[in-house]
Ligand binder design. Structure first.
Ligand code: PEP
Ligand code: MN
Length: 640
């Protein structure tokens, strides 16, 4: 049962309510939402629902219709993010766990760990206790294997995930690993589930070989009911009549589970298919289906592997898969972050005593939660980093300039409508550096109140840039009044406030979800290949990772061939120019500044001469910074 608390509940009423509930039922869980606080009440509820609704401080009592309670979306409408060390599963950055089936030996395990880490894995897998079909097969190295896993963590920084096959291993798990896996064969080993629930470590719960989704969620409920919320579900294929693959990967489970529970779900295409050449296609499909991540078996010498060699990817195949995922992820609103662990370490250093203090949060953006800038922050830095909002791009530049925040995130260019000139002008004015880039696919939706219909709309709220990105759709409705707002999420907030079925906003689906509004029409942008390039600016902060792109602003003398002379410098040095745009210089009519992006780190020593040549051929010259290219292009780290 869910009890929605009244807005004005007093502390005294709340304490009394808790006392009443605790004396009657097993478990009460408080969940604070954006707008309301609810109590999840599970166990034997003896009285009629009306009784609870009548208690002082209770606004509404709603029965939970599903047999699983704590894991259900009804109780917890927002998706949960589960952390394993610095890695957060369920957010915008994909989490790929990779490693051998079993830990076989120190050198080999470390060799595999180094390989998967360099290709973008953020956690390491490897069994030390192997549940094998045959008692004569390799059973794992036991504690010896766990010690090797600890060494993997120490050397590579990868958190380690391993299977626990019996409650008696709990102490060893607590001592050596970052997360425990409950294997498919043990999904309904209830004593083991209860033990995992009491351990306080994140649990990766695999789906049983012949378990229904409901049985699987009931197993998760066992873990949560013991007080451990840190559960990640893992679809690993089920047993069917089909013999061509080891199991049948039930990808439908991904959207089904997403709807039924707030827990994140990852997919194991290795055990699902059992065949090396089927692993990558199913991994790509899993991400397209909305999975939060993958767990994949990788081995440097699969022919010598002591278990599951035939389904283990070679490191070069894993690397290729990660490159594909890097391109696929933005299409479904996510990113593969090759600097995930390095960023985590950087933020840890920023939190250490003595580090230059950021006032309230290390990262800021202009806008409100649910806006595209907010999404860009989540894609680039993850949900764990505290964010500060501000009301305008200028305010954002000021915050970064005064070093009240370490980083600012702002949009610079859209693939359908071009540059955001206000921000280019601010980059010119302030002495800040571009240190990172992230590309988001932008999908726009017409969003209204629950009772609104497309035919009844009269007014549409959004940012003017967004109206241009949706030009063709808006032209089909010439009668609509278009009302400009600061950003898309503000537009949704206004429509919600007006509560008029004639009003609608154009924004992303996050904003609709956040404000509990209805999507009246999905995908109204002119072209689905609609990407916005955001950059990260900083006063003196640097981001980890390779730098393979740089931005410049310059002007040239008013003489024939002067622009050509600067371009010749790039050509002579065989550099790829990816952007060249001219902008009028304020106060000097008909004179222009040129904005240039090149695919190279211009700060590197080998380009010093090029920079000197360019400076000699320009009148005004400003180097904006070097950074790693965002998705939709491959990072050098991933280039073979
Ligand atoms: C494993 O991940 O090594 C494993 C044994 O998987 P499953 O429990 O899914 O068979
Ligand atoms: Mn295996």
């Amino acid at each position: 049962m869910i009890l929605v608390l009244s807005q004005g509940i007093t502390q005294e009423e709340k304490e009394k309510l808790m006392k009443t509930l605790n004396s009657e039922v097993c478990l009460v869980k408080e969940i604070k939402g954006v707008e309301e606080t609810i109590l999840g009440v599970v166990g034997k509820i003896r009285r009629d629902i009306g009784y609870y609704e009548g208690l002082p401080g209770v606004a509404k009592a709603i029965p939970i219709s599903k047999p699983y309670k704590l894991v259900s979306r009804e109780l917890h409408p927002l998706a949960s993010i589960i952390k394993i060390g610095d890695v957060a599963i369920g957010g915008d950055r994909l989490v790929v766990i990779a490693g051998p089936c079993g830990v076989e030996g120190r050198e080999r395990t470390l060799e595999i760990a180094r390989a998967v880490r360099s290709s973008g894995a953020v956690l390491f897998r490897g069994g030390a206790f192997k549940p094998r079909t045959s008692p004569y097969s390799f059973q794992g190295l036991g504690e010896e294997g766990l010690k090797i896993l600890r060494e993997v963590r120490e050397e590579t920084g990868l958190g380690v995930v391993t299977e626990m096959t019996a409650p008696s291993q709990a102490d060893l798990m607590v001592k050596y690993v970052d997360a425990v896996q409950i294997g498919a064969r043990n999904m309904q080993n209830f004593e083991l589930l209860k033990c995992a629930g009491r351990m306080g470590k994140p649990v990766l719960l695999k789906r049983g070989l012949s378990a229904t989704i409901e049985e699987w969620l009931m197993s998760a409920e066992y873990i949560l009911s013991e007080g451990n919320d840190q559960v990640i579900l893992c679809e690993r294929g089920i047993r069917t009549f089909e013999p061509y693959t080891r199991n049948t990967l039930d990808l439908t489970a991904v959207p089904v589970v997403k709807k039924l529970t707030h827990l994140p779900i990852i997919v194991d295409p290795s055990h699902a298919t059992g065949l090396r050449d089927k692993v990558s296609p199913m991994a790509r499909a899993a991400i397209a289906a909305g999975a939060d991540g993958l767990i994949i078996e990788v081995h440097t010498h699969p022919d010598q592997a002591l278990s599951d060699g035939p389904q283990s990817l070679y490191p070069h195949q894993f690397e290729q898969l990660m490159r594909d995922l890097y391109v696929i992820a933005p299409v479904v609103g996510k990113q593969v972050d090759y600097t995930y662990l390095d960023k985590g370490r950087m933020f840890q250093r920023l939190r250490e005593p003595g580090a230059a203090p950021a006032a309230t949060a290390p990262v800021a953006y202009s806008g409100v939660p649910g806006s595209n800038s907010h999404k860009a922050c989540l894609n680039f830095f993850g949900a764990e980093v505290p964010l500060q909002t501000c009301a305008s791009f200028r305010e954002l530049f000021d915050l970064v300039d005064r070093e009240e925040v370490n980083f600012g995130v702002l949009p610079l260019e859209n693939s359908l409508t071009g540059s955001i000139h206000e921000n280019y002008d601010l980059l010119l004015e302030y002495d800040l550096k571009i240190v990172g880039e992230v590309t988001l696919r932008i999908k726009h939706n017409l969003i209204g109140t629950e009772n609104a219909a497309l035919a009844g709309i009269q007014r549409v709220y959004s940012h003017p840039q967004i109206f241009r990105q949706c030009k063709e759709f808006l032209e089909q409705h010439p009668g609509w009044d278009l009302i400009a707002c600061r950003d898309t999420a503000t537009a949704v907030a206004r429509v919600k406030e007006n509560n008029d079925p004639q009003d609608a906003a154009i924004a992303g689906e996050e904003a609709a979800r956040l404000h509990h509004m209805a999507v009246l029409k999905e995908g109204v942008e002119m072209n689905p290949r609609n990407f916005t390039r955001f950059v990260v600016i900083s006063k003196q902060g640097a981001l980890p990772g390779l730098k393979n792109k740089a931005s410049l602003i310059y002007s040239v003398s008013d003489q024939p061939g002067s622009l050509f002379e600067t371009l010749r410098v790039f050509a002579d040095h065989r550099l790829n120019l990816v952007k060249l745009e001219s902008r009028p210089i304020h106060d000097r009519p008909w004179e222009y500044l040129f904005y240039v992006d090149v695919e190279v780190d211009l700060a590197a020593a080998e380009h010093r001469q090029l920079l000197a040549e360019l400076q000699a051929k320009t009148e005004y010259f400003k180097y904006l910074g070097s950074y790693q290219k965002g998705a939709a292009a491959l990072p050098a780290a991933a280039q073979g």
